[in-house]
Design a protein around this ligand. Structure first.
Ligand code: ADP
Ligand code: MG
Length: 238
């Protein structure tokens, strides 16, 4: 199996506090990886290191055959890493379509009829086509989450990192977002799913990695990870 992402011994500190201590993990091309762990265990911090929101960490990160350790976030986006944010960050005064054309223009350098067509294709895939010309502050919670994923997809990623895209959604809404992520994976995109909703992450992931207090405490199939005593102990305190 081919590795697309290799995180090696990443250490991230905030002042004297160590949020990640020597975290190493790999993701295979085309894989669906679940990243779990109690609140404050370092999941978002790790994603920030991978996506380049932080570049002041120790260790190294390789992606798609290249060393990206020192690259800025926008350079990593161009290499094919996209992430959705735990807290949606739409341009509220823009329409859904306009929200997508921003990342399109960033990656392709253009914002013309061709980009609009491509953006519409992405929105169709998300079930958001009929909302294309609605201002994004008019969207419901689940629609906002879908738009976040659509915006990430507009950057044409090879790796999509979804940070708690299902928080606050109902059961059927969770299934809708799950289906979107399955469809994206079927189209060849590698996905890291960070999720607190255990049923969703267990259903989705081929492999699960569990963080606790900045360290990976367990890695394996969803079945073995949920049964792991250290994982259970970590979640009991959460
Ligand atoms: P998770 O996403 O798993 O809930 P985070 O990665 O957000 O956890 O946080 C991991 C730890 O790092 C927490 O203790 C959090 O308080 C701390 N932390 C996160 N971001 C910062 C920051 N910008 N400054 C200081 N501490 C932070
Ligand atoms: Mg988080």
């Amino acid at each position: 199996m081919e590795t697309i992402l290799e995180v090696s011994n990443v250490i991230k500190q905030f002042g004297g506090f160590t949020a990640l201590s020597e975290v190493s993990l790999h993701v295979n091309k085309g894989e669906r990886l679940g990243l779990i762990g109690p609140n404050g265990s370092g999941k978002t911090t790790l994603i920030n290191c991978i996506s380049g929101a932080y570049t002041n960490y120790q260790g190294s990160i390789h992606f798609d055959g290249g060393d990206i350790t020192l690259l800025k976030a926008h350079e990593r986006t161009k290499r094919g890493i996209a992430r959705s944010f735990q807290i949606p960050r739409p341009f509220s005064s823009m329409t859904v379509m306009e929200n997508l054309l921003v990342p399109f223009a960033f990656v392709g350098g253009k914002d013309g009829p061709e980009q609009q067509k491509e953006a519409m294709e992405i929105l169709k895939g998300m079930g958001l086509a009929e909302k294309a010309y609605v201002q994004s502050n008019q969207l419901s919670q689940v629609e906002l989450r879908k738009m976040e994923l659509a915006r990430a997809m507009a950057a044409k990623p090879k790796l999509l990192i979804s940070d708690e895209a299902m928080a606050g959604l109902s059961g059927t809404e969770i299934d809708e977002v799950l289906q979107i992520l399955f469809d994206l994976n079927n189209s060849g995109i590698t996905i890291i799913m960070i999720e607190h909703i255990m049923q969703a992450v267990m259903k989705f992931s081929q492999r699960v990695v569990c963080l606790d207090a900045g360290k990976i405490i367990c890695e394996g199939t969803p079945e073995t990870v949920v049964k792991n005593p250290e994982v259970q102990r970590a979640y009991l305190g959460d």
